[in-house]
Design a protein around this ligand. Structure first.
Ligand SMILES: CC(=O)SCCNC(=O)CCNC(=O)[C@H](O)C(C)(C)COP(=O)(O)OP(=O)(O)OC[C@H]1O[C@@H](n2cnc3c(N)ncnc32)[C@H](O)[C@@H]1OP(=O)(O)O
Length: 184
């Protein structure tokens, strides 16, 4: 008798896969898939990919999962997605759009793109572009009247290639006890 392997447990996703544009995913290089962040993605190197962006304090899997669950428990607010290498089962790129509900603009919503990171070995393969296209699609298709992001001077050309335009100036004030030296 042939013993069939147990079916893989379906991934526990942050939001429905259908929100990711198939027009974008079909442009990915072979062997890579794009999907929502899953509750098991700590093991797939989510923190490691984010470390190309800035300092990441790895507080362990339990803390990571609790954070994931708290974000998912806030409905229609956080949309984090990943690109995964199907051979290694490791995350090679990630990004997030979160929704800010406002009292202006007819009680409108703004999509904020945050924390875009592509593993160094995969940069230059248009994965960053695909992440921005997918997040912008989510933002626009969930009703945001605009999508915005902050970046440093070095990344302006990248975001222009993604269809974004420079507008206004960011100001920031870090809480003293939370200051991290920037890695970029
Ligand atoms: C909102 C935020 O999170 S800002 C922080 C962004 N993240 C970081 O800076 C972390 C470190 N860097 C990265 O992770 C990546 O290099 C990213 C996200 C900036 C770009 O991702 P990549 O996958 O390497 O870029 P991708 O291949 O999609 O580039 C798309 C186009 O932009 C161009 N491009 C990419 N980066 C740059 C750059 N820094 N300057 C000029 N052009 C660039 C590419 O040449 C490409 O042009 P093409 O369409 O003519 O070929």
């Amino acid at each position: 008798m042939v013993v069939q392997p147990a079916p893989e447990h379906p991934l526990d996703l942050m939001f429905p896969q259908e929100l990711i544009s198939s027009e974008v995913t079909k442009e990915l290089p072979p062997g890579l898939i794009m999907r929502p962040l899953a509750s098991t993605d700590y093991k797939r190197g989510h923190f490691a990919v984010l470390s190309v962006l800035t300092v990441v304090d790895d507080l362990g899997e339990d803390a990571w999962v609790a954070h994931f669950q708290s974000m998912r428990a806030t409905p229609k607010t956080y949309y984090s997605l990943v690109i995964v290498d199907q051979v290694t089962d490791k995350i090679v790129a990630t990004g997030t759009v979160f929704m800010e509900r406002k009292f202006i603009r007819g009680l409108g919503t703004v999509g904020h793109i945050e924390d875009i990171a592509v593993d160094k070995s995969q940069q230059g393969r248009r994965l960053g572009l695909r992440i921005i296209q997918a997040l912008t699609h989510i933002s626009e298709n969930t009703g945001c009247y605009k999508t915005i992001l902050n970046c440093n001077e070095d990344n302006i050309a990248f975001y222009e290639k993604c269809g974004y335009k420079k507008k206004e100036i960011e100001m920031a004030k870090y809480a003293p006890e939370k200051i991290h030296p920037p890695k970029l």
